[in-house]
Design a protein around this ligand. Structure first.
Ligand code: RTP
Ligand code: MG
Length: 149
């Protein structure tokens, strides 16, 4: 059967420290499964300053970077590898815009609208491209999980 040309993809999802602390994990996982994603891998980890800085290295020159690292090291996070057709864009759509205040206004059904607080504490992460997804999955998981080109 045709799948509309969409590719099976894997993406990295993360429930950030505020999401775990706020007990949103089960609701977020419910939304993930309801939206047709398979959770292939799941692990709770605590990022130290070095690992959080490397994960968000693309933002290292931004003014918000020190606060971002503090935020991401403020408690454990839950990292997941999600799989479905078009997983990368679909997970970004499900989490909503970066700023949770905007998410509440314009994407009320998004995960950031449900559990985010502001433009920093936005409770979840999603890979923003195929390259990011591959980099971020191999950042946390074994090579064999990384999708083949
Ligand atoms: P993420 O990488 O976590 O999925 O978020 P994103 O793509 O929607 O946004 P990005 O531009 O990559 O920013 C990464 C994270 O940095 C924090 N941030 N704080 N205070 C601020 O103005 C600000 N801007 C960004 C957020 O936690 C954002 O998710
Ligand atoms: Mg990003």
């Amino acid at each position: 059967a045709s799948n509309g040309g969409m590719k099976m993809e894997k993406t990295l999802a993360m429930i950030k420290p505020d999401g775990l602390r706020g007990n949103y994990t089960e609701r977020i996982k419910g939304a993930i499964v309801e939206s047709g994603f398979r959770i292939l891998e799941e692990r709770i980890v605590e990022l130290d300053e070095d690992r959080a800085s490397r994960f968000y290295a693309e933002h290292s020159s931004r003014s918000f970077f020190p606060n971002l690292v503090k935020y991401m090291t403020s408690g454990p996070v839950c990292i997941m590898v999600l799989e479905k057709q078009n997983a990368i864009a679909d997970w970004r759509a499900l989490i909503g815009p970066t700023d949770s205040v905007k998410a509440k206004a314009t994407h009320p059904n998004s995960i950031r609208a449900m559990c985010g607080l502001d433009s920093e504490k936005n409770c979840v992460h999603g890979s923003d491209s195929l390259l990011s997804a591959q980099r971020e999955i191999s950042f946390f998981f074994e090579e064999e999980t990384v999708q083949q080109l």
